[in-house]
Write a protein that binds this ligand. Structure first.
Ligand SMILES: Nc1nc2c(ncn2[C@@H]2O[C@H](COP(=O)(O)OP(=O)(O)OP(=O)(O)O)[C@@H](O)[C@H]2O)c(=O)[nH]1
Ligand SMILES: [Zn+2]
Length: 360
């Protein structure tokens, strides 16, 4: 066992304490293929299945092991598999809403209708790299969403503006990003031309687990390749797209660099949506929230009312209209989600009760 090399620390050690004397072992989930989990203890690789007891105990998608999780398992003599008994609490995680029943539609890029459940995409991440491209596809509103997601995950965000080789007005972009990413480091790099990539390496330490967020084409694969080196990519990835020689991520995986840092590369992370309570915006929209509650009327809609602190802040250039609009959009999205979540919680507890009645 060489647990520290794959991110083990005091947090997990404390939670493992209950299992320590029961002949159980800890390991980190590197990937999942159907019902089989690939697990490492820093030295050896194991193939794990859920134990019957654990499977019976869990109901929700978020209770299943996810890539990056620390699990507790039991080995069985003469079995090629180990048996997962528990998932240790997550220090940080990315989740998304997963539609679990029909009747859903996509409206303005947001899933509406149907039932929703939280699905963990990547767990125990230390740093999240939010990637934007300094080219024609630059999208500040996207970066703004990723900032909310990053804060909500509990990981430390770092913003990377890639393709600096294609951009002549870098400062203008940095200024825009700074206004939606308060207090987050912003690095301008070119992964392809290897410009300023050492500044990124300076933010990454041994035993760090890293995830990358960003729209299609901003350079996530190029940055991942840079960080991991071609060799690891070739050895560990599952397939390459035919013809283009481009790396495609077909399933979630945690890739380990010999220097000790790890990257979680999952297709799910690439299309992640907001999930959380409305208050997750407190961190990412500090600038807007500072003015909320300061309007003359407590039920102010921030439209045409007199004494509206938001309208005044916009007029005075303290916040931009677009920024407030983004806040409202993200808030609405979370509000709708949480209404649905409450319904789902009621459904789930009914289901649990039925199961209990059936068994006892
Ligand atoms: N000029 C320039 N091009 C880059 C740079 N980094 C990546 N690219 C190019 O941008 C394109 C997209 O890069 P990828 O790394 O595949 O982007 P991605 O974010 O992984 O995209 P998806 O796999 O669609 O999510 C490729 O053609 C890269 O060669 C850069 O620093 N400068
Ligand atoms: Zn107002």
């Amino acid at each position: 066992m060489n647990l520290e090399t794959v991110g083990w620390n005091l947090f997990f050690e404390e939670h493992f304490y209950h299992y320590k004397n029961k002949g159980l072992l800890p390991g980190r989930v590197l990937g999942k293929n159907k019902e089989i989990y690939t697990i490492t203890d820093g030295d050896k690789t194991f193939y794990g299945k859920l134990s019957g007891k654990f499977r019976y105990k869990i109901n929700l998608s978020k209770d299943f092991p996810a890539v990056g999780d620390w699990v507790v398992f039991q080995t069985k003599e003469n079995s090629p598999f180990v048996y997962i008994q528990a998932v240790l609490p997550r220090k940080s995680y990315f989740s998304r809403k997963q539609p679990i029943s029909g009747g859903r539609k996509i409206k303005n890029g947001v899933i509406v209708g149907g039932s929703t459940e939280e699905q963990i995409i990547a767990s125990n991440i230390d740093k999240v790299l939010i990637i934007g491209g300094l080219d024609g596809d630059f999208d500040i509103r996207r970066i703004e969403r990723y900032v909310t997601l990053a804060y909500n995950s509990g990981a430390v965000p770092i913003i990377i503006l890639n393709k600096v080789d294609l951009c002549e007005e870098v400062d203008l972009y940095i200024e825009q990003v700074r206004s939606v990413a308060l207090g987050i480091p912003i690095l301008t790099v070119s992964a392809e031309k290897n410009i300023n990539m050492s500044s990124l390496l300076g933010h990454i330490h041994s035993a760090d687990t890293i995830a990358l967020l960003g729209s299609s084409g901003v350079g996530k694969s190029t940055i991942t390749n840079f960080l991991l080196g071609e060799e690891i990519q070739r050895k560990q990835t599952i397939s390459k797209a035919t013809g283009k020689g481009k790396h495609t991520t077909t399933s979630a995986e945690l890739l380990i660099h010999p220097l000790g840092y790890m990257i979680i590369d999952t297709p799910g992370l690439r299309e992640v949506q907001l999930w959380g309570e409305e208050d997750i915006l407190e961190e990412s929209f500090k600038d807007v929230i500072a003015f909320l509650g300061k309007c003359k009327y407590s039920n102010c809609n921030h439209q045409t009312e007199s004494g509206c602190a938001i309208k005044e802040a916009i007029k005075d250039g303290m916040i931009s209209e677009k920024r407030f609009e983004s806040y409202q959009n993200q808030f609405d999205e979370l509000y709708k989600l949480n209404k649905k979540r409450t319904q789902l919680d009621i459904q789930m507890s009914k289901k649990q009760k039925q199961r209990k009645l059936f068994r006892f």
